[in-house]
Design a protein around this ligand. Structure first.
Ligand code: GLN
Length: 308
């Protein structure tokens, strides 16, 4: 594609193509009661280039529950503090199973397949709890990356704690293998809170900006968030594991590192070019935003951007 791309025009076109499809398919996550109330017919898209130019369309300024997109940022925090030691407790293989699956944990002695499934994120939360005030630390990182204050949604966090039987089981199962250092209570407290972080597409595209800039801070370009090598590794984990058992299909049809959440948000990275955030609450059967994925497909089709 010839330069320069008019990204605002591309996002406006995508918004115009997606809006007639709103409400036509997928279902809002209902297993977390506070999420079940979110109106499905919403769609937002935002991007930020490595140079700091921003574009957005639709409901891009509406905050939503980032859910598992938070796993990207807790991984970042853990890599900053623990470096290679993090991988003693967490693998780097796609699971090929739903995000909340228990099955592989038994044969793998409580070591989760990767940091982006629930078991892996709970293991990361355990490491962060050992390091200090994990809840304060993740909010400080998110606020610094977004360039404005970011907060938890306490109602969503409480709703997850009340109904998070699967996550409670995962944490206890890992604890039974001696793979959590802390009590299950504070680890799950951190996990449920990180999932409840509220951000908009505009804020998420900005916050993920270090991933397209070899780790350079998206707002304060001088400080490194992660090293170049760590940044490459985060991107490769997003490509292979960021959308759970849909990761192969997403690599095939979109070809960008992505991280999704059951709130309907997805963050995508075009290394050395831009970060993109999309949001639409209705999900497909793998727990990924149906129209968010459609929007990413339209984006790569229109711009020709890909890691391949
Ligand atoms: N809070 C959700 C859960 O633990 C996060 C899952 C997701 O976004 N995929 O089930």
């Amino acid at each position: 594609m010839t330069e320069p791309v008019n990204f605002q025009a591309v996002l406006d076109e995508i918004n115009a193509e997606i809006r007639p499809l709103l409400g036509a398919g997928g279902t809002v996550a209902s297993y977390i009661p506070a999420l079940a109330r979110v109106p499905a017919a919403q769609f937002g898209i935002a991007l930020r280039t490595c140079a700091g130019a921003e574009a957005c369309a639709g409901d891009a300024a509406t905050p939503f529950s980032i859910q598992s997109v938070s796993k990207l940022f807790t991984l970042t925090l853990a890599m900053q503090h623990l470096g290679e030691r993090l991988w003693e407790r967490i693998g780097r293989e796609p699971s090929g199973n739903p995000f909340n699956s228990l099955v592989q944990l038994e044969s793998e002695q409580g070591k989760p397949r990767n940091p982006f499934i629930n078991a892996g994120a709970i293991a990361v939360a355990d490491r962060l709890v050992s390091l200090g005030d994990a809840c304060a630390d993740i909010l400080a990182l998110m606020s610094s990356l977004a360039g404005e204050p970011i907060a938890f949604d306490e109602e969503v966090a409480a709703s997850e704690a009340e109904t998070g039987f699967r996550n409670i089981a995962l944490a206890n199962f890992m604890k039974s293998f001696g793979k959590l250092d802390n009590d299950v209570g504070p680890v799950l407290g951190m996990y449920f809170h990180q999932c409840s972080i509220r951000m908009s597409c505009v804020q998420l595209a900005r916050a993920a900006g270090f991933l397209c800039r070899d780790g350079a801070h998206p707002v304060d370009g001088l400080a490194a968030v992660t090293t170049e090598r760590q940044t490459r590794r985060i991107n490769s984990l997003m490509l292979t594991c960021g959308t759970y058992d849909a990761a192969g299909d997403v690599a095939f049809s979109i070809g960008l590192p992505c991280k999704s959440g059951v709130g309907g948000g997805i963050v995508a990275v075009v290394p050395d070019r831009l970060t993109l955030a999309v949001w639409s609450p209705a999900l497909d059967t793998t727990g990924n935003s149906l129209l968010g994925m459609k929007a990413l497909e339209l984006f790569v089709g229109k711009t020709g951007l890909s890691v391949f």
